[in-house]
Design a protein around this ligand. Structure first.
Ligand SMILES: O=C(O)C1=C[C@@H](OP(=O)(O)O)[C@@H](O)[C@H](O)C1
Ligand SMILES: C=C(OP(=O)(O)O)C(=O)O
Length: 430
């Protein structure tokens, strides 16, 4: 599918972005491992999260559609999963595969998990190494670093693992495996990654201890089903935070956006660039903060994005590159080599495609340098089948001269199927 974007007038109005993807995955998984029923309100109805639902169903968990489109997960309990009779299919979703590997490691059954062409290229040794250390047997190409992966799990021992990467997927896989071991499992990260697993595990009744970059979970807890209200995904909101900042005359109100401090790096980076974003109202649900965001057009300037800020905005870097292309002056993005192992090589993708639009942009081994402020030219662009690249380029198209055509835009359904409609709504409300 191609997405056509024309130069846009101001974007105005009020929107609700879809539910948080990370929280939606975790609610299904923890709901499955708990006893009793978990009701998920605001579950993200997008391909990645449905992959998790289908995998959990294949492991014997009953998941139904409830009233008001809430998802109802009938918990199987920690010991209740069954051996899947088919290959588990994680599709494009790294979160599904890595978190599920942690759960599968704790099951005394034989399972096989695979994914699409993109996911079969992404590194899985970052989870298979610690899970093997805990006693799981995991097989796959290149020493279990590439899917398809086979897992024969059960009887795990607790470990203390110093992760070489700041990755919530690695941390979560180990903590989830830790639930199936006797004793205390600890993960130490090099920088703080998103902590949704920790918050939700606590809400479901697990015992966790946190100190700085170290988090420990007590094995064999009793988990109880919960009502989970999923806030809007700040990673989806990011496209409209940037669009509202760069399209002259715009003012957008984004309702009920998740504001977990491990995810709000985008607000810090855009503020440093001179964006006008007000946080209007905040509340908390099951340990997760949320609020309304009001963004209005403003003059942006370049900035430096690096260090501990990177894990707090890792998925927003493609759209931040678009903001940087419009901003006056130089933006430097460093310490972001992780972007090379996402759904596509997101550094190369943005450098190549923004380059085609006439942006002065240079690739670094761990980031990029953007000289902003030159006019953008609409042209035919490739999304590399990556949802975040497709939507970031669509935002760039709003301020380009002429028409922009984005190829492979069907990837948008991975995390934000409604994106084109929400964009149109803001364009027509003028
Ligand atoms: O745990 C999660 O839900 C996620 C963690 C991040 O990946 P890493 O753990 O690989 O950094 C992020 O990029 C991904 O979109 C979702
Ligand atoms: C990296 C992402 O997701 P995942 O790792 O779950 O595929 C993303 O949504 O940007």
């Amino acid at each position: 599918m191609e997405l056509q974007v024309k130069p846009s007038g101001s974007l105005k109005g009020e929107i609700r972005v879809p539910g948080d993807k990370s929280i939606s995955h975790r609610a299904v998984m923890l709901g499955a491992l708990a006893s009793g029923t978990t009701e998920i309100e605001g579950f993200l109805r997008a391909d990645d999260c449905f992959r998790t639902v289908n995998c959990m169903r294949a492991l014997g968990v009953q998941i139904e559609e409830g009233d008001r489109k809430n998802l109802i997960v009938r918990g199987a309990g920690l010991e209740g999963l069954v051996e899947p009779v088919q290959v588990l299919e994680a599709g494009n979703s790294g979160t599904t595969m890595r978190l599920l590997l942690g759960i599968l490691a704790g099951q005394p059954v034989y399972s096989v998990i695979t994914g699409d062409e993109s996911l079969r290229r992404r590194p899985m040794d970052r989870v298979s190494i610690p899970l093997r250390e805990m006693g799981a047997r995991i097989f796959g190409r290149r020493q279990a670093s590439l899917a398809p992966l086979t897992v024969v799990g059960g009887s795990l021992r607790p470990i203390t693992y110093h992760s070489p990467v700041a990755s919530a997927q690695v941390k979560s896989a180990i903590l989830l495996a830790g639930l199936f071991s006797e004793g205390i499992t600890t993960v130490v990260e090099p920088a703080k990654s998103r902590d949704h697993t920790e918050r939700m595990l606590r809400a479901f009744g697990a015992r966790l201890e946190e100190a700085g970059l170290r988090v420990s979970v007590q094995g064999r807890p009793r988990l109880f089903g919960q009502k989970v209200v999923v806030p809007g995904d700040i990673s989806s909101a990011a496209f409209f935070l940037v669009a509202g900042s760069i399209v002259p005359g715009s003012e957008i109100l984004l309702r009920h956006v998740g504001l977990n401090p491990t995810r709000t790096g985008i607000l810090d980076a855009l503020s440093a660039m001179g964006a006008k974003i007000q946080v209007l109202e905040t509340g908390e649900t099951a340990g997760e903060l949320y609020g309304d965001l009001l963004v209005s057009y403003s003059y942006l300037k370049g900035t430096t994005i690096q260090g501990d800020l990177i894990p707090r905005l890792i998925d927003e870097i493609p759209v931040l590159a678009v903001a940087a292309a419009v901003a006056q002056g130089r933006t430097v993005i460093k310490d972001a080599a992780e972007l090379k192992v996402k759904e596509s090589n997101r550094i190369r993708a943005m450098v190549t495609e923004l380059g085609k639009m006439g942006v002065q942009i240079e690739e670094l081994p761990d980031g990029m340098v953007i000289e902003g402020g030159r006019p953008l030219q609409g042209t035919i662009l490739d999304s590399y089948g990556d949802h975040r690249i497709a939507m970031s380029l669509a935002v760039a198209g709003l301020v380009a001269r002429g028409e922009t055509i984005i190829k492979g835009a069907e990837s948008i359904k991975i995390s934000f199927p409604d994106f084109p409609r929400v964009l149109k709504q803001l364009q027509s409300a003028r």
